[in-house]
Design a binder for this molecule. Structure first.
Ligand code: BDP
Length: 682
């Protein structure tokens, strides 16, 4: 977003914005105008001139352009819909940015300025883009007191106290950043919701934010606490089938729309981790969702109903609970409800197999929920570029309609013909000067936006673009650092949870290792529940000899994943309890493989420090030093992870460390007693 200076610029880059014309007037078009001026100043240190006689750049809605003067493919552009845009050359070699709406023009203009920054010319056949997913939203787990659940980069950027009278520049910067990557919705509040946000006092504040975001094409959404009719409406119940409750929500929703006529809708976490929900009244998730859906339908809003529902009172494998609860409800939800499903069945682990609900509910639109904030991947200090993780899940074949039934096709609605399509990303931003703590974690926000726009986009392209837009266009920097980014998530998997291990993080804050976590109020919040380590082996048996969570996937996967010798090793311990001496594909036993994965993660984290040091001078000193110190933390803590986990599991395997794996510096007791101070909690 800085539009840093372009050295040795080519003519097409300079001429491309030197003189321009924008047809029409609106707040959004004014933003485009500012953006072009800002880019001219940043790239070339000149002020682009508007409305000259022969502008080289023309930005216009189709309806504002004279098709006799310019040649363009009207039908093709009309078909791009609300948010789509085209960038092409006219017969007189002007660049035309065309769209059907002002927001389409905003997206097209950002895209064009990014091309100039990257030095990529508009191809002769032109660019025609439209998003594959309609609702591309960030979920802020921000509390009204400005703490952020699972947030590691400062406080919430929403300053509720100063709202509605003060609109901070940061809100506009936020909107600008989101619009530049196509994000068009923001859920302002935590899923563990506070009903206060639905009071008149807060709605005035929400309205102020909605007004500020509107010209950027961003709608606001709120989390709705299911018990609000009791807490705010003084009703005795929140039963979704009770008429007073239904009326309360109708009235409340009307009030919301009086303030915010284009309000996006409600997000609900119900019957999960202590949140109230329809279960309290013996009702189903569909009963709850439909009540809100009916209240919001007259205003055109939607309900994003979360599937993250599991209970400590069910002895069944947590992996299976959401599927078991929701699948029988397929077809029962109103058509303005979309069920929001996390990428995996447990909880945002460094690696999870895709959630078995994808493919299981063809009559219900399902949306993807990714976590951008790194609750389980080393918080803000560990570099993990998450695009490969998102891409891995989106590309998984569910086999629901035979081969070629990838998760992405379920999310974009194409597999089952749903027009309601959405993606949510749990935001990683806060009041830190660089927004995300780690400079490189801005790349995860960016990657999320890109994949929400096009879930078929690939990580390599995303990393390449992000680096070029963020730092420079120098291939001696881009090539090695891109490779480092692309390998970084796998590196984290290696030193945290290799071979399908999961949820072995320290209790509550989930930052460091905690494979020994056991006991407490809920088994499904402990590590021993998930790894099941004993002298006979390690791993959770989810085949039909165990919990049979595998039975929730389609036939092809059941047979491949159900066999200890054919399951991809990355998922091995997720589905199987494996003897320590079992031989893996490389001929080495499980224990040796486990140890070698941990060591590999450490080796890579250390190598990243050396690589980054060799980049000195290629980027500005400030970001260089900041990133370097975080990388050193990561390298140090990868050792902590390796040693703690290998000492812990080694008690059961009773095997020596294979050669090449460094012996730990301390004993197991040291690690179990080690409690790092000031780790951000929940
Ligand atoms: C888990 C977090 C918890 C969230 C919950 C959720 O530990 O803080 O409230 O997910 O998604 O990842 O509702």
């Amino acid at each position: 977003m800085q539009y840093y200076p372009i050295e040795n610029a080519q003519n097409w880059q300079k001429e491309g914005i030197a003189e321009y014309q924008i047809n029409g007037t609106s707040p959004t078009l004014a933003i485009i105008n500012d953006e072009i001026k800002r880019a001219g100043k940043g790239f070339f240190n000149f002020e682009p001139a508007k409305n000259k006689k022969n502008p080289k750049l023309i930005i216009s809605k189709l309806s504002d352009l004279n098709s006799a003067t310019f040649q363009f493919n009207k039908e093709k552009i009309a078909a791009l819909g609300e948010d789509g845009f085209s960038i092409s050359k006219s017969q007189n070699s002007e660049t035309l940015i065309l769209a059907n709406t002002d927001i389409g023009l905003l997206y097209g203009s950002f895209h064009y300025l990014q091309l100039i920054q990257k030095g990529s010319e508009v191809p002769t056949e032109g660019i025609f883009q439209s998003p594959k997913i309609k609702h591309r939203v960030l979920n802020h787990w921000d509390n009204l007191d400005r703490t952020v659940e699972r947030g590691y980069s400062g406080f919430s950027i929403w300053n509720w106290h100063r709202l509605p009278r003060h609109i901070d520049q940061q809100y506009l910067d936020y909107a600008r950043a989101n619009a530049s990557i196509g994000i068009n919705g923001t859920v302002l509040t935590n899923v563990n919701a506070n009903s206060l946000v639905l009071t008149t006092e807060y709605l005035e504040k929400v309205k102020a934010l909605a007004d500020a975001f509107r010209p950027y094409g961003i709608k606001v959404y709120l989390t709705a606490r299911f018990s609000s009719p009791i807490e705010l409406g003084r009703l005795k119940t929140a039963d979704p089938l009770n008429e007073d409750v239904q009326n309360w929500w109708k009235e409340k929703t009307k009030e919301v729309y009086d303030y915010i006529p284009d309000f996006g809708g409600f997000v609900v976490k119900a019957d999960s981790e202590g949140q109230p929900g329809p279960h309290n009244y013996g009702r189903t998730q569909a009963d709850g969702a439909n009540m809100l859906a009916d209240a919001i339908a007259p205003f055109g809003g939607i309900v994003m109903w979360r599937a993250f529902v599991y209970s400590e009172n069910t002895p069944d494998d947590r992996h299976k609970q959401a599927y078991n609860e929701f699948k029988p409800l397929d077809g029962e939800f109103r058509n303005n409800v979309i069920v929001q499903v996390k990428n995996g069945a447990i909880d945002f682990q460094p690696r999870e197999p895709f959630h078995p609900m994808f493919g299981a509910m063809p009559q219900t639109p399902l949306m993807m929920e990714f976590q951008i904030t790194q609750e389980y991947l080393g918080h803000d200090t560990h570099l993990a570029f998450l695009a490969p993780m998102y891409e891995e899940v989106l590309k998984e074949d569910t086999f629901v309609n035979g081969k070629g039934s990838e998760v992405a096709k379920i999310i974009d609605g194409s597999l089952d013909g749903h027009s309601l399509a959405a993606m949510a990303g749990v935001a990683n931003i806060g009041t830190d000067r660089n927004w995300t703590g780690h400079h490189f974690h801005q790349a995860n926000w960016y990657a999320y936006g890109k994949l929400a726009w096009n879930p078929y986009e690939n990580s390599e392209k995303i990393a390449d673009d992000w680096l070029r837009l963020t730092f420079n266009n120098d291939d001696t920097f881009i090539t090695p650092i891109k490779e480092m980014m692309l390998k970084s998530r796998e590196m984290v998997v290696n030193y945290m949870t290799p071979l399908g291990l999961h949820h072995i993080m320290a209790e509550s804050h989930h930052y460091g290792p905690g494979p020994w976590v056991t006991g407490g109020s809920r088994a499904d919040w402990t590590s021993t529940y998930y790894h099941q380590a004993s002298e006979t082996g390690v791993g959770f048996d989810r085949t039909n000899s165990g919990s049979n969570a595998l039975g929730q996937y389609f036939e092809n996967l059941q047979s491949v994943w159900g066999n200890i010798n054919s399951i991809p090793e990355k998922h091995l311990l997720w589905f199987h309890h494996v003897p320590w001496d079992h031989k893996l594909q490389n001929g080495e036993n499980l224990w040796n493989n486990l140890a070698m994965h941990y060591q590999k993660g450490v080796d890579e984290a250390r190598a990243n420090v050396t690589l980054w040091e060799s980049m000195k001078g290629k980027i500005d000193q400030e970001r260089f030093e900041h990133t370097l110190s975080f990388m050193k933390i990561q390298a140090e803590e990868s050792v902590w992870w390796r040693d703690a986990c290998l000492l812990y599991f080694g008690q059961f395997s009773k095997m020596p460390l294979p050669s090449g794996v460094e012996p730990p510096k301390h004993d197991l007791e040291y690690y179990t007693n080690y409690k790092p101070k000031n780790v951000p909690g929940i």
